[in-house]
Write a new protein. Structure first.
Length: 215
């Protein structure tokens, strides 16, 4: 009987120790679970921060395409210029002229036959607007593959003595993961020229500049 009682006591001790081990194990698992919940809650409380970072990347990519198109045109780099456009029949360009008229091209073939031909006919790299300032850029993303934006643009003359103000519109489409230009609309003010000494004011602009509200 004593031996039996001894074995029972030993057996009970082992059960108790095993229970304590299980409790410690589950406590550890619970702690890890709570830590995971904490970090998940932190991420859930900051979705805006992550989405803002992703949105900024898209904005930077859109502007990189726009800047590439401008630089390639003045460098007379036809292939790089061409690569920035959606080459479909719904592509569009329109701009105002000094005499109050406008020009436009509807469809990639017409854009290529106008601007592309100009690049081929004038291969010498010459920038008619060596300084270009884009201000007050406003974006609207309709989905992951379509973006619309507007801005104020200030374009220096070839000698860098005056600036022409234009209102710019772009419609962008992502093709195979790369943002490309679908629509270019540019409305230039050839009458109210801006002196080059206003460049610091242009660079400090933080609100839209309208027709009669010039710098």
């Amino acid at each position: 009987m004593e031996r039996f009682s001894f074995n029972t006591l030993q057996s009970g001790s082992r059960v108790s120790g095993g229970t304590q081990h299980l409790r410690r194990h589950f406590k550890g698992q619970a702690a890890l679970f709570l830590i995971g919940l904490f970090f998940a809650a932190c991420n859930a409380n900051n979705p805006h921060e992550k989405s803002e970072a992703a949105l900024q990347q898209e904005k930077d990519a859109v502007l990189a395409t726009i800047e590439k198109e401008t630089e390639a045109f003045f460098a007379r780099d036809y292939d790089n210029w061409k690569s920035t456009y959606v080459q479909e029949n719904y592509a569009f360009q329109a701009w105002s002229n000094r005499d109050g008229t406008f020009d436009s091209s509807v469809g990639w073939d017409n854009i290529d036959n106008t601007v592309g031909k100009y690049i081929h006919d004038n291969p010498e790299p010459v920038s008619s607007h060596p300084i270009v300032e884009r201000k007050n850029i406003t974006f609207k993303f309709y989905d992951e593959d379509v973006a619309y934006l507007t801005w104020d643009q200030f374009n220096s003359d070839r000698k860098g003595q005056v600036f022409f103000h234009s209102k710019e519109v772009r419609l962008m489409e992502k093709v195979d993961g790369v943002w490309k230009i679908v629509c270019v609309s540019a409305f230039w003010d050839f009458k109210n020229l801006i002196s080059v000494n206003k460049l610091p004011d242009i660079q400090r602009m933080d609100k839209e500049s309208r027709g009669k509200d010039k710098i």
